[in-house]
Design a protein around this ligand. Sequence first.
Ligand code: BGC
Length: 286
Amino acid sequence: MAETNPSYSPPNEAPDRVIHRVLEGQKALVTGASKGLGAGIAVALAEAGCDVLVNYSSDRGGAEDTAAKVASFGKAAYIHKADVSREEEVLGMFGAMRERFGRIDILIDNSGIQVNAPFDEMTLDQWNAVIGINLTGQFLCAREAVRAFKSQGIDPGISSSMGKILHISSVHDVIPWAGHVNYAAAKGGVMLLMKSIAQEVAPLRIRVNSLSPGAIRTPMNVEKLGSPEDYKRILLDHIPNRRIGEPEDVGRAAVWLVSDDSDYVHGATLYIDGGMTLYPEFASGG
Ligand code: BGC
């Protein structure tokens, strides 16, 4: 048995990337793509060959940055403002997708916000804001995507699926989160939203899955990662892998989950969390 090298310390950086253009020619719509995970996924899809509709709700500058990165891979980027919790705006966005790209092959159902409060101080507005974007928004976009996929049919030259939906959830679809009950309730809802849609549309060969990230270096998390003490505490207490995730970690997994390489993956949740869902506090015994 090999001896453990006592001087070994785990790497802090993500490993180098290998790019395969497995999505060449496909058209993707990414919600909440002006920053964070949505931006990382939009760029990863473009690297893999997709044209991308970059949705945003308020950060136009961020959406322009994402679009420029998409364009740097020689792919078309189209920016569209819409609040995913509003039905008419979602319908307008899918109409724009049709006009601009003629079809949709991939939906990344990503938009999400956090509005935190102790449970007994949480207002109905705080509850509704998070459920509206993080759960109802995912429903509205997924419904429009399925409608579009059905009207297009399967084109084997593009993909073996009629279409792909990837819900961006969170480790908090299984880990309860005190002080964030609106967020955890929405993400728990996304899990069975995803599985129920997946069950219903499987015979059409529309593939539906979730990707559930842990602590990723996104604007939503900068505050938390801001102080060295907090950074260390999060790493040591919650992440067996001992590094914070990068948007690129999530982007690479998203590309695989919407490519034909994962054709037999359906109704699944892939945790990208450095082991956060492994109950790390049990590592030294229960
Ligand atoms: C949240 C992050 C959090 C992570 C792990 C994610 O869903 O957006 O703020 O760090 O879960 O707790």
